[in-house]
Design a protein around this ligand. Structure first.
Ligand code: NAP
Length: 388
């Protein structure tokens, strides 16, 4: 088969399109003939040795993709106790082989594919069956190719805190009058909080794969979404996708503009005119400014660091508003948790009827150009057409 091979860890420039042996599936792997794959910044990090995984070389990158099952697994999946966490609502893993049939169209759900195991920038890839999900009805192949990783990431970023947003007056009326708003009440169960809390969610790098997914999911949850993008054209699109307002992070005055906007437009007293949850894909010099916009008990879900380390950070900025910063890592999800998060994502998307946003589709032999596009800052996902 043809595959993009990574022969060293000197970066994306080292990738070469070459012949590679067909994948040898394990007993619970299916073989997917890849139709479309999608790019993620983590592919570049891995190619530059900036990622914890150190796969055997030559490696094949690519965590996302969809295609046809050309070989179904020989054995049943692992026992439920190995892959299913007690709290998960995911399907019984022993059901997985039943829905992984030869000739079926499926998508890769987050796992080791493209990380420690060979990935989707190849004509065929072996995928553990618990890391495969059906293409949702009505989605195009291109939309399906890059959806799972970014939506699960955005979902985790929105839900890791177990709620804690400032209650809307409606929610306050429903909750017991005696319940004081204390720091510990900010850590209630997600189910309770998701039904009660209205968040003002600020998304940085909002035009990217994770950013667009975060806007769509947060809007479906009923939150007010504020989005940052450096591009005026993309800012217009982000409003169409569900952002209530957008701001230019290259304007030093943007944190004040956010506060001014909230004081005029946020009538339900949420976060007292401040952001309650920030989803940060950027880091760098932007993070201290993001913290400026947060209200009492504001939280930052740290997803990425496209602008690198934060150069100068005063921890005192966290103290008086009791601000909390937490990391997002979808690699922490076992397969059943990913599956459960994916089901919740689909439920949310079906509420608003939105679908994944594809920025561009590149032919298989133009993977380096596709990575250039990703580095420029896409709107949605950059997709690679492998075969169709
Ligand atoms: N923690 C996890 O589990 C997890 C999972 C998935 C992704 N991630 C990380 O999350 C981050 C975002 O991923 P993504 O897929 O959304 O990326 P992406 O598709 O490349 O988009 C990110 C957006 O951020 C903006 N941007 C890019 N470089 C920037 C820079 N140097 N300074 C300021 N803005 C910049 C661009 O928007 P504008 O041009 O519109 O400003 C771009 O569209 C990455 O660091 C990725 O590795 C983490």
């Amino acid at each position: 088969m043809r595959a993009w091979l990574l022969n060293d860890f000197k970066g994306i420039g080292s990738l070469r399109l070459a012949q590679a042996p067909d994948p040898i599936p394990g007993p619970t792997d299916a073989v997917l003939q890849v139709h479309y794959a999608a790019l993620n910044p983590a592919d570049r990090y891995l190619a530059e040795r900036q990622y914890p995984a150190k796969p055997r070389l030559p490696h094949i990158l690519g965590r996302d993709g969809m295609g046809l099952i050309v070989q179904s697994p020989k054995s049943k999946a692992q026992s439920p106790t190995k892959v299913q966490s007690p709290k998960s609502s995911a399907k019984d893993p022993n059901d997985f082989p039943a829905h992984v049939r030869t000739g079926e169209k499926m998508m890769v759900l987050r796992g080791e594919v493209g990380v420690d195991a060979p990935g989707t920038f190849a004509e065929r890839v072996a995928v553990p069956i618990q890391n495969l999900v059906e293409v949702p009805p009505g989605w195009t192949d291109e939309e399906a190719a890059g959806a799972t990783l970014v939506y699960i990431t955005a979902h985790q970023a929105l839900t890791i805190w177990g709620g804690g947003g400032v209650q809307s007056p409606k929610a306050k009326a429903r909750s017991p009058a005696s319940e004081p708003r204390t720091a510990s009440s900010a850590f209630r169960s997600p189910a309770l909080d998701q039904s009660q809390s209205h968040e003002v969610v600020l998304v940085t790098g909002a035009s990217g794969g994770v950013g667009v997914a975060a806007i769509q999911l947060a809007a479906a949850m009923g939150h007010t979404v504020l989005a940052l993008s450096r591009s005026p054209e993309k800012r217009k699109r982000l409003v169409e996708l569900g952002a209530a307002a957008t701001f230019d992070p290259e304007q030093p005055t943007w944190p004040k503009e956010v506060k001014d906007w909230l004081s005029v437009n946020q009538h339900d007293t949420s976060a007292l005119g401040r952001v309650s949850l920030a989803i940060d894909n950027i880091g760098g010099t932007l993070l201290p400014q993001v913290i400026e916009t947060l209200g009492d008990l504001g939280r930052v879900s740290v997803v990425g660091r496209l602008a690198g380390p934060v150069p100068n950070f005063n921890t005192a900025t966290l103290l008086f508003r009791r601000i909390r910063i937490g990391g997002v890592a979808i690699s922490a999800y076992p397969p059943a948790e990913s599956c459960s998060a994916w089901q919740q994502v689909l439920k949310l998307l079906s509420k608003t009827g939105v679908r994944p946003i594809v920025d561009s589709v590149f032919p298989f032999d133009q993977l380096p150009q596709a990575f250039d596009r990703l580095a420029q800052g896409p709107l949605g996902k950059v997709v690679l057409k492998v075969a169709a």
